[in-house]
Design a protein around this ligand. Structure first.
Ligand code: SF4
Ligand code: SF4
Length: 505
């Protein structure tokens, strides 16, 4: 059945006699109506008060398909024709009294109102509305977009910029909200108070960035180009050298936030050249964004039992980033899960932080403890941390899918010599100036020198507790710890004292 839509926008008063075109009605996506003279002087909110009720007829669409007509009547309706979604937009912009409804109108569709310019393209339905269609309220249109074609273009540009895969996700993550709420209710986020503070905003892209209609997801492999063939075994072997420090693989090179962000920004600029004006924001682990969920929905991979994303041809050693855009693009299809009956990640986790498949208690995770957690580490967890001083890769190293993890061509992710194959003692000796110097442009810098020393003190304590340690080695490690026994930070002192308990008679 062909469907038409009547869009009824009600604001609060009347439009003035003299008309001026403007984009003052941003709450309705890119809706640009003609505003009165007095409105042009006084700006956005006054406009809302003087706009008159309008009835705007929109051409034939079918729910679930993407239409390209744009943007004078509002991208709010491009994606789903969801009345709730449409209603949400003016309220998000502070127009409490705005009322906006959509309804299907078969008469419109049959009446041939949108006959001209309506046709099918490979990417979906193309609609070029006629000017008269909008009761003369709108005086020009941007060319429709072909969603499928644009997705192909964005993917092409993304690959050129060094991304491994580009996907498109919709913004309705409602089915993820119960899981997120339950996770927060159990306190699994620990000290990451911002997670609780943002609450469900993480699952509502259009609340974080009003006007968002699609999320472009990006994946970038990060294994350094020199990574050997049996790298998982080699990495796990580091655990057998307790006096050597282990820094998580992803953190050995340049800060991925910087690398991804600049490339996402470049991608957004490419898109904006063809879809101007484009409202967008880029993210990479930098805002309340449900990254893995969006990535999974857009076909970047599936959520492994360790909760990270897994890709059949790329394992899990990649970073994620997103671009929120105010253009409706057809989503790319999700993929099936391939964990099967495997439980390897749950079994290998040293702190049992994966409390059940797909459930991570961050408070027990070594990545959280060494990076996010600001205070003292619970004594019962310290002994389980081994020599991991920044992050932990164990659940990824054991995962069979990571034999497909890919090397990055980007030199940014090459490991820095100061951070790999280094004795704990050498890193513990870094002054704050040394720390800042060696971690310049590295993600490690964000934890600061005190947490760095805290983490290494724990690792030194664990090295001291290794039964097979030679007396000479134990004496050396103890001497290293004693250099920080009078450290001004109670946090550092506490962990040094704990570490030295291993050598008490
Ligand atoms: S990163 Fe380490 S501590 Fe955290 S869940 Fe994975 S194996 Fe466990
Ligand atoms: S280790 Fe096994 S269960 Fe865990 S994520 Fe990998 S395939 Fe899935």
């Amino acid at each position: 059945m062909a469907l038409g839509v009547v869009l009824h926008v009600e604001l609060n008063d009347q439009v003035g006699q003299r008309q001026a075109t403007g984009s003052l009605v941003r709450p309705f996506g890119q809706f640009q109506a003609r505003a009165g003279k007095q409105v042009a002087k006084t700006g956005f909110f006054p406009f809302a008060r003087v706009a008159k009720a309008k009835k705007i007829k929109m051409p034939d669409v079918q729910a679930g398909q993407f239409i390209g007509f744009n943007h004078r009547v509002g991208r709010a309706f491009d994606a789903s024709l969801n009345p709730q979604r449409a209603q949400q937009m003016p309220h998000q912009r502070g127009l409490a009294r705005a009322k906006l409804t959509t309804q299907f109108d078969e008469r419109m569709a049959q009446g041939g109102l949108c006959r001209q310019g309506l046709g099918k393209l490979p990417g979906g339905i193309l609609v070029v509305p006629e000017r008269s269609f909008y009761n003369g309220e709108v005086n020009s249109f941007r060319t429709h977009i072909d969603g499928g074609l644009w997705v192909s273009r964005i993917q092409h540009w993304g690959l050129q910029l060094g991304f491994s895969q580009i996907g498109i996700a919709g913004i309705d993550l409602a089915s993820a909200e119960p899981g997120l709420s339950a996770w927060l209710a159990q306190g699994f986020q620990g000290d990451m108070a911002y997670m609780a503070r943002h609450g469900l905003k993480r699952a509502r892209p259009a609340e974080l960035v009003p006007g968002t209609l699609s999320v472009i997801t990006a994946r970038m492999d990060y294994l350094p180009v020199t990574t050997p063939a049996q790298w998982q075994v080699a990495e796990l072997d580091r655990l057998g050298a307790p006096a050597q420090a282990i820094v998580s693989v992803y953190a050995r090179g340049r800060d991925y936030h910087k690398v991804l962000r600049s490339r996402l920004q470049s991608l957004a600029e490419h898109i904006a050249t063809g879809l101007s004006p484009l409202a967008c924001r880029v993210f990479t682990d930098s805002a309340p964004v449900l990254e893995a969920e969006l990535a999974a929905r857009s076909g970047q991979g599936w959520r492994g039992k360790h909760t990270l994303l897994l890709n059949r041809s790329g394992g899990s050693m990649f970073f994620l980033g997103e671009i929120y855009v105010d253009v409706a693009l057809p989503p790319t299809a999700p993929v099936a899960s391939h964990c099967g009956s495997c439980q390897a990640c749950l079994e290998v986790c040293p702190t049992k932080a994966i409390v059940a498949p797909y459930q991570l208690d961050a408070r027990r995770c070594i990545s959280y403890l060494t990076i996010e957690h600001p205070g003292p580490i619970a004594p019962e967890l310290r002994a389980l941390m081994g020599n991991r001083i920044y992050g932990c890769d164990d659940c990824q190293l054991i995962c069979p899918w990571n034999k497909f993890a890919r090397r990055s061509e980007l030199a940014d992710f090459d490991a820095r010599a100061a951070l790999v194959n280094r004795p704990l003692a050498a890193l513990f000796a870094w002054s704050e100036a040394d720390f800042l110097h060696f971690t310049q442009g590295s993600p490690i810098r964000r934890i600061g020198h005190l947490r760095w020393l805290r983490n290494i003190a724990v690792a030194l304590g664990n090295a001291l507790r290794v039964a097979s340690a030679l007396p000479e080695t134990r004496r050396e490690l103890a001497a290293v710890l004693q250099t920080r026994l009078e450290h001004p930070s109670p946090l550092v002192r506490e962990h040094v004292v704990w570490a030295l308990e291993a050598v008490r008679p």
